[in-house]
Write a protein that binds this ligand. Structure first.
Ligand SMILES: [Fe+2]
Ligand SMILES: [Fe+2]
Length: 499
């Protein structure tokens, strides 16, 4: 066995105070509380009024709750472990929310399933709700596994409580729930529009209703009403799941600041108040953001990233420029306020747009990835124009850090794409006679990406050299029409002012 060293104690104290330890402790607490609450609800919901007092006196509920908590706890731990395995490469901001999101989705679904199962029919239990929420908010594979584990747990508790007379009904409902959930998750991508998805839900409901009808036919072919009712209730279960999904999803998106295809589609709408404000108060920045959005979408598609998320991140990356918009060259109409202030003030105005944008996006509860892109899109790069301008006023060497963005550097591939597309678009407005051929244009784009890499801006994100090559190719092919003839970039003061 390894001997304890003197430093182990202080290491443990440091670990106990770390964010990782605190997150682990919170997640464990959520897991324990969820397991106990579900166990209590299951146990007391299934005791009749007559025998509650007797059962409490005999101590039965307590022991049964402990056992049920253990069963639910083990199953939930398995689900959480699998989720972390699937999302092992995800950013910290994503993994930090996994357990709370799973806990809320499982809790809501389990309670609703219990209520509908006890009051109407087991077939009505809307278990597909949980798999839809998890598939949309976490991952499709996790959504399918969640449905399998949750359905098994739910129907197992039913059989444990009610005995074997519910075995056939539970098994039929279990198979129907699993099959319909898998189909619903598969169609999630095809139906981003909420109305389309409701229609898909109805079709899946009708198809999956056949399963319990066939099972009930095998049990008793003469019991026509039972056969028909099992099919009808199964259809109701899927329609109910989809309807509840439409209600619960926006609440969870807002609560956990998560991005989903539905939320991203809403954020792309130019009717969004923040975009409307950007268009009104900083029209030049608004146009720039739209072009960066198109470029980012193409680049994301080329390297297999989420195109919708890239577009939204680009649309909102400079939203902080609505404050002091006249300090950014794309919004100036002749008068340049930088002429009236010292370079230190100018650079503070320019740099503040990343922190201001981050603050605004957090306040409006946009998805965390979008806010993170706003603060990361300039990384820790210097604003050379004002650094050189300030240097002209003094003999001593100025600290480059004081003229640089505060960071952090891009932490995701999409944040890196926004940084590159932003730079290329800004350069496109600094036209000159120097770039007048496709080869010169390619060399220019290559130079811009290399410049960011040389400044170590991609050291904190998982982007590869291959990705950077693909992004370069995509930009060179996609935007020649924007570059009618010429661009000048290298340390051009105008370009830096555009940043
Ligand atoms: Fe910017
Ligand atoms: Fe920008």
């Amino acid at each position: 066995m390894r001997k304890l060293r003197k430093s182990d104690g202080s290491r443990f104290i440091a670990f106990a105070g770390s964010a990782k330890f605190k997150r682990g402790a919170v997640n464990t607490a959520i897991l324990v509380v969820l397991s106990v609450i579900l166990a209590v609800v299951v146990r007391f919901a299934t005791l009749s009024d007559d025998n509650v007092a007797d059962a409490v006196l005999r101590g039965e509920p307590f022991l049964q709750i402990v056992v049920l908590s253990l069963i639910i706890g083990v199953i939930m731990s398995t689900l959480i472990a699998y989720t972390y395995y699937v999302k092992r490469d995800a950013d910290r901001s994503v993994t930090a929310k996994l357990v709370p999101v799973l806990a809320v989705a499982v809790f809501i679904t389990f309670i609703l399933a219990l209520v509908f199962g006890a009051t109407v029919s087991l077939y009505v239990s809307p278990l597909a709700l949980c798999s839809l929420l998890v598939a949309t908010l976490v991952d499709k594979r996790v959504g399918i596994v969640t449905n399998i584990l949750l359905s098994q747990t739910f129907f197992l508790t039913y059989i444990l409580v009610y005995g074997s007379e519910k075995a056939v009904e539970s098994s039929a409902a279990l198979v129907t729930s699993m099959v319909s959930s898998i189909f619903l998750i598969m169609f999630l991508d095809k139906a981003h529009n909420r109305i389309k998805f409701t229609v898909v839900g109805f079709i899946v409901g009708v198809c999956s209703a056949v399963i319990p009808m066939l099972i009930n036919y095998l049990v008793d072919a003469n019991d026509v009403s039972q056969i028909l009712m099992s099919g009808l209730w199964s259809l109701v279960s899927i329609v109910l799941s989809v309807a509840l999904f439409m209600i619960v999803l926006p609440l969870m998106e807002y609560l956990f600041r998560l991005n989903t295809p539905f939320r991203l589609a809403e954020l792309c709408s130019l009717e969004n108040p923040l975009l409307k404000r950007l268009a009104k108060e900083a029209p030049g920045t608004f146009n720039h953001s739209m072009v960066v959005g198109n470029l980012a979408e193409l680049c994301a598609d080329a390297i297999g990233e989420n195109t919708q998320l890239a577009k939204v991140c680009a649309y909102y990356h400079d939203v902080g420029k609505t404050k002091n918009s006249q300090y950014f060259i794309e919004n100036q109409k002749g008068y340049n306020p930088h002429d009236d202030v010292i370079p230190e003030v100018s650079v503070a105005m320019i740099i503040s747009h990343v922190t201001e944008g981050y603050r605004m996006l957090k306040k409006e509860r946009l998805p965390d990835e979008v806010a993170d892109c706003a603060i990361q899109h300039h990384g820790t790069t210097p604003v050379n124009y004002f650094l050189y301008k300030a240097q002209n006023f003094t003999e001593e060497n100025l600290d480059k850090k004081e003229f640089s963005y505060p960071g952090p550097k891009p932490r995701t591939k999409i944040a890196a794409i926004i940084m590159i597309a932003d730079t290329v678009e800004a350069a496109s407005r600094a036209l000159s006679e120097k770039v007048n051929s496709p080869a010169a244009f390619r060399s220019l784009v290559h130079g811009m990406i290399k410049q960011k890499a040389d400044l170590d801006q991609f050291t904190e994100c998982p982007i590869t050299y291959k990705d950077l090559d693909v992004i370069e190719d995509t930009l060179v092919q996609a935007i020649p029409s924007m570059y009618h003839a010429r661009i000048q970039y290298n340390n051009n003061p105008k370009q830096d002012k555009n940043a």
